[in-house]
Design a protein around this ligand. Structure first.
Ligand code: NAP
Length: 515
């Protein structure tokens, strides 16, 4: 069985003592072990700061972009192998695995392009100069410079490749070294990527470290110049938020957490229209892709009361065509949940949601004929008379589960009911009525980091709402963590210090030109 090593302070090292075991969730066969016990994490962070930081800061944005391009190419060159590992360790179908692996190489490539665009700068100008004195000579302007610490990237189990790639892209382009800590349960893909990057010497020494196994005392050694970019559950997010590294020593923290994402079907949408087809397709894709284990998956689908039963029927019909099974088999449309814990949580969660909604398709019982593996059926619930305290608006069931929720057909009520979820990553709205779309955007935007508008003019080329794009911001307010990642150049903000300069305009411009 494979032992996953960590890459710390320039060497591959193994933890001691009892290790965690990574499984194939379709067969429950053990695949690998990982342990971080006894590893010198303080030394690893110091090495990253002292070796990786200066090496990256010596480069221009263009040169750092070239490193990202090389990372993207290295991952792509091993695409088939990585897809195979994601199928085995993540319960991913081939399509799910591509989404993760290509998401990693694609995001790195997008940030490589941004590096080329920013060119030969080392300092990032932030906005235009402003006149401060009587003459234009005395000016003020803002610049961004790389933080002098290390960026600790703590990732969730569901996107081991993309999580590594999207965080590393922004951090390395900003000039800040990375220590990547993937979730243990699906760490095989991230570990293999780490091995590829290190063995092929894609990055300067110290720019990339990798921790296989638990977080240990990692956070205890972080200080004011360091960054923690966390993706995972709200519960772990709260622990990290309360850590001494953040509260007392001022390490910068970004949290990407749970979300009860919504889809809103406009009152103008006819059952046989292209927009309806887009709505149904997006809900079913989000329920079944990665077995619903996507932070951006639609959990609540708002449908006008008059069309509720018809929409639920259409969704159920589409779900009935999804074959649940071993993702290693080609005809499988949806694989298992990723871990035994997930299996327990999701089945318990379905029963919990059913306290105030009716199961219309699927349910908590395991699908027929599945003796081994963490399989659940895609499950659709219907909430005909919703109220804010319903579990549907409180609990994220992180699996192939969504609830159709009634509303009166006004944008105001859809948004009010969406807000019961406490803040989300993404909302999608489906309509050809411009006034409805505009009203929905204004009402939904304070509660969501991203809004996808589905309409007949773009239905044929739409990017599904569950897909996170490097050009657009990812993150959301409230329970979603209040964080922000990606969004092109905005993604660099987390890793850089914005400093206001005031003085002679000519000097400021030369600094902001930063060669
Ligand atoms: P999790 O249990 O919170 O774990 C996330 C990561 O945190 C893992 O790497 C875990 O490591 C680590 N961790 C646990 N305790 C820690 C501690 N005390 N200090 C530092 N790190 C710690 O979440 P998960 O089950 O992997 O992921 C599912 C959740 O993530 C869902 O709620 C989903 O909505 C959310 N998610 C959000 C986004 C987003 O972008 N907003 C994306 C994906 C997933 P170990 O594996 O070693 O325990």
């Amino acid at each position: 069985m494979q032992t996953l090593e960590s890459h710390l302070a320039g060497s591959w090292v193994r933890g001691e003592g009892a290790a965690d075991t990574l499984l194939n969730p379709a067969t429950e066969e053990p695949l690998a072990t990982a342990s971080s016990a006894g590893l010198d994490l303080a030394g690893a962070l110091r090495f990253a700061r002292e070796r990786g930081g200066p090496a990256l800061r010596a480069l221009t944005f263009r040169e750092r972009g070239e490193l990202l391009r090389a990372m993207s190419r290295a991952i792509h060159a091993h695409r088939d192998e990585l897809i195979g590992l994601a199928i085995a360790n993540g319960g991913n179908t081939r399509g799910d695995a591509k989404f993760d692996v290509d998401g990693a190489s694609g995001t790195l490539a997008a940030y490589a392009d941004l590096g080329a665009e920013l060119g030969d700068l080392r300092v990032l100008p932030d906005g235009d100069p402003v006149q401060l004195g009587r003459s234009p000579r005395l000016a003020g302007r803002h610049v961004r410079v790389p933080r002098r610490g290390v960026a600790v990237h703590v990732n969730a189990f569901n996107f081991p490749a993309w999580g590594l790639g999207e965080k590393a892209a922004a951090s390395l382009l900003a000039g800040v070294p990375v220590l990547c800590k993937p979730a243990i349960s699906t760490g095989l893909v991230a570990w293999r990527i780490a091995r590829i990057l290190v063995d092929e010497k894609v990055l300067p020494e110290g720019a990339f470290s990798f921790l296989a196994g638990g977080p240990g005392d990692l956070l205890d050694h972080l200080g004011a110049q360091d960054v923690v970019a966390f993706t995972g559950s709200s519960a772990t997010g709260r622990l990290i938020r309360a850590s001494r590294a953040v509260v007392e020593r001022g390490a910068r923290l970004n949290v990407e957490a749970d979300s009860l994402n919504v889809a809103v079907l406009g009152p103008d949408v006819e059952a046989d229209s292209e927009v309806m087809n887009q709505f149904v397709g997006d809900v079913v894709r989000d329920m079944t892709q990665k077995a619903g284990q996507k932070c951006t998956a639609i959990r609540r689908a708002y449908v006008p009361e008059a069309g509720l039963e018809e929409a639920a029927e259409m969704l159920g019909e589409r779900l009935s065509a999804v074959r649940v099974g071993d993702p290693a088999e080609e005809e499988t449309g949806m694989g298992p949940l990723t871990t035994a814990q997930q299996f327990r949580d999701v089945r318990e969660g379905i029963a919990d949601l059913a306290s105030a909604a009716q199961i219309a398709w699927g349910g908590p019982a395991a699908p027929a004929g599945k003796g081994r593996g963490f399989f659940v059926a895609p499950t659709l619930l219907v909430s005909r008379t919703p109220s804010p305290g319903d579990r549907v608006h409180q609990r994220e069931v992180f699996g192939p589960v969504a609830t159709v929720v009634a509303y009166d057909g006004t944008a105001a009520q859809a948004a009010e009911r969406a807000a019961w979820g406490g803040g989300g990553l993404v909302a999608s709205v489906y309509s050809d009525d411009r006034e409805f779309l505009e009203a929905a955007v204004l009402e939904l935007a304070p509660h969501h980091g991203r809004i996808a508008l589905g309409s007949s003019k773009v239905a044929a080329q739409a990017v599904p709402p569950g897909t996170v794009l490097p050009q657009l911001v990812h993150g959301g307010p409230g329970r979603a963590g209040g964080g922000e990642e990606l969004g092109g150049r905005r993604g660099l903000d987390l890793y850089t210090q914005r400093t206001a300069l005031q003085g002679d305009r000519a000097i400021l411009d030369a600094i902001a030109g930063g060669r």
